[in-house]
Design a protein around this ligand. Structure first.
Ligand code: PMP
Length: 450
């Protein structure tokens, strides 16, 4: 069966769908934080699909309610009312602070960000949209203009470009030091300028102002930010940075959009939403991935009077599949499981344990440049050595990645050079599983150094 799948893949799937591994995995079954291949080998999933399976693969409660809803009603379309949609909108909005109370249901993160972009432009009557270099906000033609991470550079002509601004990357940028980000782990960074957090923040703010100044003062429609950059390799900003940038954008009449596609739903542990960790209040929040634990659904939440109403200028905004009875039933079950199983608290406790444990690898291996993150969103940035901080060549990172897989551990990758391992397990993960993952990852690094 394996060779037949490879053959079909080669012939009938787009060549852009490249496999994650040299010897691709043929997955067959999942249970909570574990996956099983077609030969019965098991893998600890420390990437959650791609940061999606928040409450665990085939979680029994979510699966049971989905089965029941399948028997009752799968689909209507949001022009017809149905209580799963209304109940879900009420539940979801209760988790957001005032005045973020109006929910639009769509099907993917890209769609959610597309809609947020339309809202920002419709509300402000401005055109320019700003995102960070290194950002990932989607793959649709609109959001490709926002996505700026190296491996997803837009190479097709005629796209809708947005403005990109300097990514305030504490490890890669000219300012170092973990005091510039919210983390219990110190960065080992020989930085001659020895900045303090305020200086680094100030420097990045100046870069941000430069970007704003390239637009006509009255043309800024919106600013998109992931509270922690995911695809770019778990990049955290200096403290206060989002607070100040949000204020600058608003001074110019723009709105601020938090992309919670990876950071939402309790993954960061200390708060339910990533924007809360920066002590900011966005005008629009977009979410996907963990919202449906793997079932396609996404949402945009915004303010009723200010922004949601302005969209009526567009007369109609519609999604055939958005907010289906099945998606909303699953979404509600996911929210219940997060609460019933205390998964946000688990993200906090196990996440801190994970971060501190993996941070030890930085002392042991010169090729481990930085270990960072928050809750169950951790990045391990691989370098040639700690002084040069040159990214470890991709072939070497590939080998470590492959070796982890062969020893039963799946981790993700990210960063401009694909140099950062991303550790983002389902939120039900235990400390014992973190210990197993640590031993596997450490063995893969040891093997690499031999
Ligand atoms: N925003 C962020 C932060 C993401 O990580 C992603 C997906 N990696 C998206 C948006 C796009 O989501 P989707 O693939 O569901 O369109």
């Amino acid at each position: 069966a394996y060779s037949r799948v490879l053959e079909i893949h080669k012939r009938h799937l787009s060549p852009v769908e490249t496999a994650y591994f040299q010897k691709p995995l043929l997955l067959h079954q999942g249970h909570m934080e574990w996956l099983f291949d077609s030969e019965g080998n098991r893998y600890l999933d420390f990437f959650s699909g791609i940061v999606t399976v928040g409450v665990g693969h085939c979680h029994p409660k979510v699966t049971a309610v989905a089965k029941k809803q399948i028997d009752r009603l799968w689909h209507t379309s949001s022009v017809f009312f149905h209580s799963p949609m209304h109940e879900y909108a009420e539940k979801l909005s209760a988790l957001l602070p005032e005045p973020l109370k109006v929910v639009f249901l769509v099907n993917s993160g890209s769609e959610a960000n597309d809609l947020a972009m339309v809202m920002a432009r419709a509300y402000t009557n401005h055109t320019d949209i700003i995102s960070f270099r290194g950002a990932y906000h989607g793959c649709s033609p609109y959001t490709l203009g926002l996505t700026n991470v190296g491996i997803y550079k837009m190479a097709v002509p005629g796209g809708i470009g947005c403005q990109s601004t300097m990514c305030p990357d504490v490890f890669r940028g000219p300012w170092g030091g973990s005091h510039c980000r919210d983390s219990p782990v110190q960065t080992v960074r020989k930085c001659s300028c020895a900045p303090d957090c305020c200086q680094a923040n100030e420097w990045y703010i100046e870069q941000f102002k430069d970007t704003l100044n390239t637009s006509v003062a009255t043309s800024i429609a919106g600013f998109f930010a992931e509270p922690i950059q995911g695809v770019n390799g778990v990049v955290q900003y200096p403290k206060e940075f989002l607070k100040e940038t949000f204020a600058l954008v608003r001074e110019r009449g723009g709105v601020c959009i938090a992309d919670e596609v990876q950071t939402g739903f309790g993954r960061l542990g200390s708060h339910f939403w990533g924007f809360q960790t920066h002590d900011v209040l966005p005008d629009i929040v977009t979410m996907a991935k963990g919202i449906g634990n793997g079932f396609p659904m996404a949402a945009v939440v915004t303010t009723p009077v200010k922004i949601a109403k302005s969209l009526t200028k567009c007369l109609h905004h519609f999604s055939t599949f958005g907010g289906s009875p099945l998606a909303c039933t699953i979404g509600s079950a996911v929210l219940e499981v997060i609460e019933e199983e205390n998964l946000q608290k688990n993200s906090q406790e196990v996440g801190t344990y994970l971060l501190l444990k993996f941070a030890k690898l930085r002392d042991e291996f010169d090729i481990v440049g930085d270990v960072r993150g928050k809750g169950l969103m951790v990045g391990i940035e691989m370098v040639q050595d700690k002084i040069s901080r040159q990214p470890l060549p991709k072939t070497e990172v590939n080998q470590i990645h492959e070796d982890c897989k062969d020893m039963g551990l799946l981790v993700g990758r990210g960063g401009n050079f694909s140099q950062t391992f991303r550790i983002v397990p389902p939120m039900c993960v235990t400390k014992l599983e973190v210990d197993f993952a640590f031993e596997v990852f450490r063995s893969a690094l040891t093997q690499h150094m031999e």
